[in-house]
Design a protein around this ligand. Structure first.
Ligand code: AMP
Ligand code: MN
Ligand code: MN
Ligand code: MN
Length: 288
């Protein structure tokens, strides 16, 4: 640490949230306002494959005097699996990033059309049209399809949808060839950001594979993993903490907030990071 620099102390931080620029409910402005009203001191907006909400989020952040970190949640491919990389403290106006997001948006649109076609083959009509309407920025995710399937009573809730539809070997599943992990980490690094493995324990891979992922992530220049996420139970926090120590990575914290009706990822309602870990924000604050 730079001598004479005292790290500010934060008690309420949320570095993984979604607005309606991807699959969240609130506008970027309303999300930041709500975060501030909830006493959050540092917030990252991390929409899926887009930074288009950061401008409006900044306006609210200035008004509410909250520390807004520019973020994005990028879809990547590793070992035939989709892995989400959160980029934090990025330079949002960067042309390379905007170009990458444009490509990701096109991949999403193409997949959404195919999901719609697949669902219509089993008699579920109108899904693509619905998602096109509700995804106001055009970044259609499986979350939007899940909303449709719940509204149309094909499933009871999100968990039920992702058991019956939209996942491998179930109706409505389409695989996407997302950009690879290495390319994505390089992009985040090249725009001054910190690459973070999002929700590391949610990928349905073996512990051996996860270690391989973290190892490669680190070798490619990744810097942190999410230790606290919305759904974490204490056992998972301990497992993720051990990975950060083993691989000498920083630790991040984020709810993955989408909307109020999902109870497991409420905005900013998270336990504190374990004290013996390096908090991810130290990586940018000590350079200020
Ligand atoms: P996509 O990036 O289009 O593949 O969609 C991923 C999004 O779908 C996630 O960000 C969540 O919003 C949602 N999602 C995926 N899996 C689940 C799950 N098992 N339960 C609830 N939501 C999920
Ligand atoms: Mn989502
Ligand atoms: Mn994710
Ligand atoms: Mn997310």
């Amino acid at each position: 640490m730079i001598s004479g620099f005292t790290m500010p102390s934060y008690s309420k931080i949320d570095l993984h949230t979604h607005s309606n620029k991807s699959d969240g409910e609130l506008s970027p402005y309303d999300l930041v306002t709500k975060a501030s009203d909830k006493g959050i001191q540092m917030l990252a907006l991390t929409d899926h494959d887009t930074v288009s909400g950061l401008g409006d989020a900044k306006k609210a952040a200035v008004k509410k005097n909250i520390n807004l970190i520019n973020g994005v949640e990028l879809s990547t491919q590793w070992d035939n699996k989709t892995i989400h990389i959160v980029g934090l403290n990025i330079e949002a106006e960067n042309t390379l990033l905007i170009k990458a997001c444009k490509k990701l948006k096109a991949l999403r649109k193409e997949r959404a059309k195919k999901i719609g076609q697949k669902l219509s083959k089993i008699g579920i009509i109108g899904a693509y049209e619905y998602t096109k309407k509700v995804a106001v920025n055009g970044n259609i995710t499986r979350f939007h399809f899940a909303q449709f399937l719940i509204e149309q009573k094909y499933a009871e809730n999100q968990a039920d949808v992702f058991k019956k539809f939209l996942v491998k070997n179930k109706p409505g599943y389409i695989s996407v060839n997302w950009p690879n992990l290495n390319e994505t980490i390089n992009l985040v690094n090249s725009i001054g950001g910190i690459a973070v493995i999002a929700h590391p324990l949610r990928y349905k891979i073996t512990a051996t594979k996860l270690r391989k992922l973290i190892d490669e992530f680190k070798q490619c220049g990744g810097k942190a993993i999410e230790v606290i996420t919305g759904r974490n139970i204490s056992k998972e926090v301990a497992v993720a903490s051990n990975y950060t120590k083993k691989y000498n990575l920083a630790a991040s914290i984020g709810s993955d907030f989408h909307n109020e009706s999902i109870s497991w990822n409420r905005l900013g309602e998270l336990p504190l990071l374990p004290e013996n870990l390096v908090p991810v924000w130290e990586l940018w604050e000590k350079n200020n």
